[in-house]
Design a protein. Structure first.
Length: 703
């Protein structure tokens, strides 16, 4: 039986197809030839139809980068009908429809609209063609439609009312695609396996049934799910992550000055890849840029986020400081010097002991965008915290102390704008603080059960208390932790999902460090156990929203809501997704810290599994060196592919953050190789020597 099946496949693969519009190195042409299909390349659609034998297979492709559709003439269709050809046409204007509009996808995704594909690609299945062009044609019964649709991999609210056909049968024997489907690999259509299934059906329809296109994605995970990791995989992954910064040209150089200014011409400073010209990689002395946005053009390139953010820079300083060579360590030192000693984000009034905003670090270094909002006058406590944690790590790794004074000012600046109950709220703005004075915030009593915003400042406060023994650092933090732990996780801001559980590990591990009580160990175990229960066999942490609380960043509740605000990468609990921007990255740090705080082997086992997963899914790409070595936000661990609900208005499934994601993952890997934790790495800090000078001026006892 097996022999006859193989013979059948070989016979099928020996079929011939007449092709026009295909590049010699094109995605489909190459796949067909690798599958053993005889491809006869023709110079034009007319030649392909003319040369084809009666009943033969013809494909009119559009593999070029041109945004202009090809034209199909009435005579061509007439000849195809006469010869009973099996015809596939893509990205073409048909007779009588020459005035149809061409547009580029933004928030639209592909939706299977028919049962023609069978169970392997069921109706309402969602796919994406990213920012590829398509023609607004019409069809009563499309096989695949395109429209704004909510959901993870299925249209949970049904097929949208407004759609256009993407793939349909024009008439028996003729199938039409309104986009350049043959550029599936170049344009990085996703998910890979789903499009492979679609292509299998298309080829079978036109008489070219092959067993497997065997698509090798141009951007893919470094390892297969069950592939054995090479020796030293974590250290190698961390090294590749640092190379990613250089290859992606995120380290700013002086020659970029005009390009950085020109980025303001683009909405939200999100710049199409290469739009501002070539550039060299800097040495960190002007900081680092944010990373890549989640969309991509039909060449597979992703827009760059031209922001210099405080958090990304503090974290990048840590990443390079933990390297094993002096050149990269110097880059880490340069980044920290820029952020803490020279940048507008930390200087001027922020360095002035007499200013109410002393010590606070601005969100970014750009003034007046989004109308009247000044980015560098916005203070997110969470972003300040991660900037500080990164600089603490850089100081510990390099045994440097030049950042101690701005670091202590930042610790005290955030503490004194924290209320009596230990909560600081999501963010504060400079104009408000200058008007109200810092005591206004110190004496308030807000409650904000949102670990995403509060937890890492609590960790910083506990670190500062351990070094200085200044009681307000501990007292207000303990109050905030007590309130949050006494509140059921389902009533936390994001419903106590993976995001918030991951964030809580760090402050609870460090609370055990400074006050090792049975209650504090119980708190840590409670959160860790809930998180570990979400760990898949692959090591991934399943992204979950543990309540329907939609106060902040909830999943879209209609097709129309998709792409209108920041959202999770899942649509509902059960979606097999891991999030490297909000959850797995911070859980990786937290589990490592929890293990070293308690020596509980359960925490180490979970951390080891997560480390292996993160090594496996690190991006690998020869054709996109600007992505190689990074980590995307979303990963579908069931289908082992980069995929997720991409409706987040800023940081969707394919976003790569220089901070948040790449930095924490790679830095924890380096710490694990050193058999240490962030707490132990930084235990030698002598920051307390500056307390007599700074604390009385910023936060007098009894204030």
């Amino acid at each position: 039986m097996m022999a006859s099946v193989l013979a059948s496949i070989a016979l099928q693969a020996s079929a011939s197809v007449w092709v026009s519009g295909a590049s010699p190195t094109g995605d489909l042409l190459g796949a067909l030839r690798r599958a053993g299909v005889s491809v006869i390349k023709c110079q034009s659609p007319e030649q392909a139809v003319s040369k084809a034998v009666d009943g033969g297979s013809v494909m009119l492709l559009s593999e070029s980068e041109s945004s202009s559709p090809q034209l199909v003439t009435p005579s061509l269709l007439s000849e195809a009908r006469t010869k009973r050809l099996k015809l596939y046409i893509e990205f073409a204007k048909l007779p009588g429809a020459e005035d149809q509009k061409t547009r580029t996808c933004q928030w639209e995704r592909a939706i299977v609209a028919s049962n023609v594909f069978g169970e392997t690609l069921s109706e309402k299945r969602i796919l994406t063609i990213h920012a590829s062009p398509f023609i607004e044609q019409s069809s009563l019964q499309p096989w695949i439609s395109i429209g704004r649709v909510a959901g993870f991999d299925s249209a949970i609210f049904g097929i949208p009312k407004t759609t256009w056909p993407l793939l349909y049968e024009l008439e028996p024997g003729i199938i039409v695609c309104t986009t350049k489907l043959s550029r599936f690999n170049t344009a990085r259509f996703a998910p890979v396996q789903a499009w492979q299934e679609a292509w299998w059906h298309v080829l079978k329809y036109i008489g070219i049934p092959i067993a497997d296109l065997n698509i090798v994605p141009s951007v893919r995970p470094s390892y297969k799910r069950d592939e054995t990791l090479r020796a030293g995989a974590e250290r190698a992954a961390a090294k590749r992550a640092r190379e990613w910064f250089k290859n992606a040209k995120l380290l700013i150089a002086p020659s970029w000055e005009q390009q950085y200014a020109d980025a303001a011409k683009f909405i939200d400073r999100v710049v199409p890849f290469g739009a501002l010209g070539n550039r060299i990689s800097g040495d960190g002395s002007l900081g680092v840029m944010e990373g890549f946005s989640s969309s991509m053009d039909d060449r597979g390139f992703q827009p760059e986020r031209w922001w210099v953010r405080a958090d990304c820079n503090g974290e990048a300083a840590m990443t390079f400081a933990l390297a094993n060579n002096q050149l990269e360590q110097k880059i880490g030192e340069n980044i920290a010097d820029h952020l803490m000693l020279r940048s507008i984000q930390s200087q001027q009034e922020r360095a002035d002991l007499n200013s109410p905003v002393c010590g606070l670090i601005g969100w970014n270094n750009v003034a007046k965008y989004w109308g009247s909002l000044d980015g560098y006058k916005v203070f997110y406590g969470d972003d300040n915290a991660r900037a500080m944690l990164g600089v603490m790590a850089a100081a510990g790794a390099l045994k440097k102390d030049q950042w101690d004074e701005p670091l202590l000012k930042c610790l005290l600046g955030n503490l004194r704008t924290t209320g009596k109950k230990g909560f600081r709220t999501d963010r504060l703005e400079q104009d408000d603080i200058l008007r109200n004075g810092w005591k206004h915030y110190w004496n308030q009593e807000p409650v904000n059960n949102a670990p995403h915003f509060e937890a890492y400042l609590w960790a910083c406060n506990l670190w500062a208390y351990d070094k200085t023994k200044f009681k307000p650092f501990y007292e207000r933090t303990l109050s905030g932790l007590q309130t949050t732990m006494a509140t059921e996780t389902k009533n936390w801001r994001w419903g106590g999902g993976t995001i918030e559980l991951s964030r809580m590990l760090l402050p609870l591990a460090w609370l055990v460090r400074v006050d090792n009580t049975a209650e504090h160990r119980k708190w840590l175990a409670e959160i860790a156990d809930k998180l570990i229960a979400l760990q898949d066999e692959s090591g991934a942490l399943q992204e979950r929203l543990l309540s329907a609380n939609r106060d902040y960043f909830g999943a879209p509740q209609s097709n129309e809501e998709y792409g209108t605000t920041e959202t999770p990468i899942i649509q509902e609990n059960g979606d097999p997704l891991a999030d490297m921007l909000y959850s797995c990255n911070f859980a990786f740090l937290g589990l490592n810290e929890a293990y070293y705080a308690t020596k509980n082997a359960k925490y180490k086992k979970a951390c080891d599994k997560l480390a292996q997963f993160l090594c496996r899914i690190q991006i690998k790409s020869k054709s996109h060196p600007e992505l190689d070595g990074g980590w995307y936000r979303a990963f579908d661990y069931r289908n082992w592919d980069y995929w997720g609900s991409n409706g987040d208005a800023g940081w969707g499934a394919w976003a790569i953050e220089s901070g948040w994601t790449v930095t924490w993952i790679s830095s924890v890997m380096e710490m694990r190789q050193r058999k240490t934790s962030l707490w132990d790495l930084t235990k030698g800090s002598k920051i307390s020597r500056l307390m007599p000078k700074i604390q009385p001026a910023m936060l007098p006892d009894g204030s």
